[in-house]
Write a protein that binds this ligand. Structure first.
Ligand SMILES: Nc1ncnc2[nH]cnc12
Ligand SMILES: [Zn+2]
Length: 337
């Protein structure tokens, strides 16, 4: 008798993942009970039924509301450990994790509680889950530039745990240039720079992320395809784009997965990567996104391997080139079944 073991997922780095977006309904209810919070949903199924989004804002409203259950260091550590366990099962070998300090400080949770809690789980990630990690502190772009500066200042004692700054939340009406000063400060403090741009916002926001903020990766960058000059620039600079295909469908940035521009972007030489964004809300973790684009867009092994290689090449592993080389060798040695 023969039996087959489940296929091993392609090794990959996750570069676009909001830790608050990994809050699964079961954990949300468990934390609500532990913290004496009543959620406005009868049960997990009722909550899941609310995951029918029209656009980015309709998602963000629920995403910020559900964060009310996250209060203690233990809560953040548990959230991150649960994500890392799921990610490991999906072939993630390295994860660069976004968090939104202002979404917590606004509720009276100190930034130190957030970072120390996350860091506790990340410190054990290699041993428990075989995943190396980085943290990326994101500013909420629909808050003021002053609030972003105050957030960076409040996080100063904890910045040894943070690799980069990012920019997220409601995009349209909040161009990257609004945050020029805080990005300059972050750079002076030795932090790397990324920003969401071109998810719902126009190509000009991607230009600003590059030329005003000086980002090293563009998160999403989807709408760059509307501007051929921008595509040329991104190709020339080998600028990584952290695409999130299932997110794009759920938030209606694309009509269907079959219409996602990813194959065209690869053909045009863009350095695309595939990521999960807010997997608890959008129907899949890292390998679920890979599998979904493979099936919907008929990607072949060469394209999938390129996406995985890109993820490690675009990772902030400059201080660990041996590790990067090992991960790339794992991708090259992967056999698709
Ligand atoms: N997809 C997304 N775009 C902007 N901000 C976010 N915060 C969490 N997910 C986000
Ligand atoms: Zn995102």
């Amino acid at each position: 008798m023969s039996h087959s073991s489940p296929a091993r997922p392609l090794p990959k780095a996750e570069l676009h993942l909001h830790i608050e977006g990994t809050l699964e309904p079961a954990l949300a209810f468990a934390l609500a009970e532990r913290n004496g919070i009543t959620l406005p949903y009868a049960d997990e199924d009722a909550l899941r039924r609310a995951y029918d989004f029209e656009d980015l804002q309709s998602f963000l409203d629920l995403y910020y509301a559900l964060m009310a259950v996250l209060r203690t260091e233990d809560d953040f550590a548990e959230l991150a450990d649960a994500y890392l366990a799921r990610a490991a099962a999906q072939g993630v070998r390295h994860a660069e994790i976004f968090f939104d300090p202002q979404a917590h400080t606004a509720r009276g949770v100190p930034v130190g509680t957030v970072i120390e809690g996350l860091a506790r789980a990340l410190d054990e990630a290699e041993e428990r889950h075989g995943i190396s990690t980085r943290l990326i502190l994101c500013f909420l772009r629909d808050e003021s530039a002053e609030s972003a500066l105050a957030t960076l200042e409040a996080a100063r004692p904890y910045l040894h745990r943070v690799t980069a700054v990012g920019l997220d939340s409601a995009e349209v009406g909040h161009p990257p240039s609004k945050f020029r000063e805080v990005y300059e400060k972050a750079h002076e403090l030795g932090l790397r720079k990324v920003a969401h741009a071109g998810e719902e916002g126009p190509p000009s926001y991607v230009w600003e992320a590059l030329d005003v903020l000086g980002v090293e990766r563009v998160d999403h960058g989807l709408r760059c395809v509307e501007d051929p000059e921008l595509v040329d620039r991104l190709v020339r600079d080998r600028m990584p784009l952290t695409l999130c295909p299932l997110s794009n469908v759920r938030l209606r940035a694309v009509d269907t997965l079959e219409k996602h521009p990813l194959p065209d972007m690869l053909r045009r030489g863009l350095m695309a990567t595939v990521n999960s964004d807010d997997p608890a809300y959008f129907g899949g973790y890292a390998d679920d996104n890979f599998t979904a684009v493979r099936d919907a867009l008929r990607l072949g092994e060469e394209e999938l391997r390129t996406l995985a290689r890109n993820s490690f090449l675009a990772a902030f592993l400059d201080d660990e080139e041996e590790r990067r080389a090992r991960y790339l060798a794992e991708v090259d040695a992967h056999t698709f079944v």
